[in-house]
Write a protein that binds this ligand. Structure first.
Ligand code: DX5
Ligand code: ZN
Length: 224
């Protein structure tokens, strides 16, 4: 039930296919794909062409598909979301403050055959969920301000995870609760205890040589 989603933002971009295969062979459940447009966030990363290029690498060594989890930090959202759906995204999350008609965007993503989700920055309230949660398959809580890997986990997020978990449980639906930013072996169990079930980790995994060692250690913390 727990999912570990390595963020390839901290991978070696010159070796992306090999990095994706390696981190999947090391136990990644999802591949987290950070899209930044130098407008919504002050950084510029990768687009639909790169998603399409890595899609064939998103399989386990035994041939099982590994979901491609696209986190859009872009404004506006709709056109790019559709391009990522075509490129092979399985899940698409976007920041509701980056698009005017959030209900429409969620519907567009679902109509394109993807799971749809909203992302909340550390300072952003959860209010909009009151009128969107029926169309949401995943909620992504940022535990850093978006734009860069390697930042420190912001502690007040833990209370927000607890609040979000309550909202999800009240729906009775299977909505994923993903947390992104500053997750390491030494804090993942606190994030899980607060109610998260899906954990993005970039620098903690890719900034050291043995991906399996870190992913196993994270899973060990989750199973304690
Ligand atoms: C930040 C991105 C994250 C980032 C996480 O804007 O959304 O996915 O890659 O990196 P770490 O795990 O290093 O905080
Ligand atoms: Zn992300």
């Amino acid at each position: 039930m727990f999912r570990i989603a390595p963020s390839i933002l901290s991978a070696d971009f010159a070796e992306l296919g090999a990095e994706v295969r390696n981190v999947i062979a090391s136990g990644a459940d999802w591949i987290h794909f950070d899209v930044m447009d130098n407008h919504y966030v002050p950084n510029l990363t990768i687009g639909p062409a790169v998603a399409a290029a890595i899609k064939p690498h998103c399989v386990t060594p035994t041939g099982e598909a590994v979901p491609l989890d696209v986190h859009l930090m872009v404004q506006p959202v709709d056109e790019l979301a559709m391009a990522f759906a075509k490129a092979g995204a399985d899940l698409i999350t976007f920041h509701p403050d980056a698009e005017r008609h959030v209900d429409r965007t969620l519907q567009l993503i679902r109509d394109a055959g993807c799971k749809a989700g909203l992302v909340f920055n550390p300072a952003m309230p959860l209010d909009i969920l009151e009128w969107t949660i029926d169309k949401v398959d995943i909620i992504l809580l940022m535990s850093v301000n978006p734009g860069f890997g390697g930042q420190s986990f912001i502690d007040h997020t833990l209370r927000k995870i607890e609040a979000t978990r309550k909202l999800i449980d009240a729906t009775g639906r299977d909505i994923r609760l993903e947390v992104d930013g500053g997750i390491k072996v030494d804090n993942i169990s606190r994030v899980a205890s607060a109610g998260a079930d899906t954990f993005v980790a970039g620098s903690a995994i890719f900034n050291q040589p043995d991906y399996k060692y870190v992913i196993d250690a994270m899973r060990g913390e989750l199973e304690k």
